[in-house]
Design a protein around this ligand. Structure first.
Ligand code: GRF
Length: 203
């Protein structure tokens, strides 16, 4: 399967996918890595592996809608089967979802529906939960609301600060992401109400 990955930061999730995709049986070819900002380690990781990169900053466009259209077109040019948002810190918009809805995955460092948004680990710590984790989901128009593909639980330790907790979550998050991107790349899948199911729809 052809995969486009979008990043905004350190790109450790991207790196896990790059490493997995060097194994032919994994069934994933990363055909481009896109970002909403320059100078990030995620882009450098792609370049080191000879993967095509592109950057579309929102500031280059009149408004979010124009950025969204440009992003959709740029991703579409690489003809991906799947798109993964791997620490991509922007919401994709209607133009993007019209083309890639139902086949764009995102990962969130909390157990949805708890603690959506930018600060999953911080919000989990502040609430005092003893277990949090990560959620892999199919992107819809909401913030971290789409149909859930997989979740992994991670304990919160008394000694945790936000960085330590986020790092522990990310270790589990990467393993979940690699497992499920491979599975979804190698099988057809569809969404039945909110359930993500392998195989083609019945009817
Ligand atoms: C991940 O925890 C992701 O869920 C969150 O930001 C982190 C990205 O990490 N939105 P990286 O850039 O893949 O290292």
């Amino acid at each position: 399967a052809r995969l486009v990955v979008l990043v905004s930061g350190s790109g450790t999730n991207l790196q896990a996918l790059i490493d997995a995709s060097t194994e032919p049986d994994y069934g994933v070819d990363i055909v481009a890595v896109g970002a909403d900002r320059d100078g990030i380690e995620g882009l450098a990781r792609a370049e080191r592996h000879g993967i095509e990169t592109f950057v579309l900053r929102t500031s280059q466009f009149d408004d979010r809608a124009a950025w969204d259209v440009a992003l959709a077109e740029r991703v579409a040019a690489r003809e991906p089967d799947l798109v993964v948002l791997a620490g991509f810190m922007k919401l994709t918009g209607p133009a993007f979802l019209a083309l890639f809805g139902g086949r764009t995955l995102n990962t969130h460092p909390a157990l949805s529906p708890s603690f959506p948004g930018m600060h999953g680990p911080r919000d989990a710590l502040a609430y005092g939960v003893k277990v949090t984790g990560a959620t892999l989901f199919v992107v819809d128009a909401g913030v971290d609301t789409g149909p859930i593909v997989a979740q992994v639980a991670v304990p919160v330790l008394d000694t945790d600060d936000e960085a330590a907790l986020h790092e522990r979550i990310k270790t589990s998050e990467r393993a979940m992401l690699v497992e499920w991107v491979g599975t979804l790349a190698r099988h057809d899948f569809h969404i039945d109400d909110r359930a993500v199911r392998l195989g083609r729809p019945a009817n």
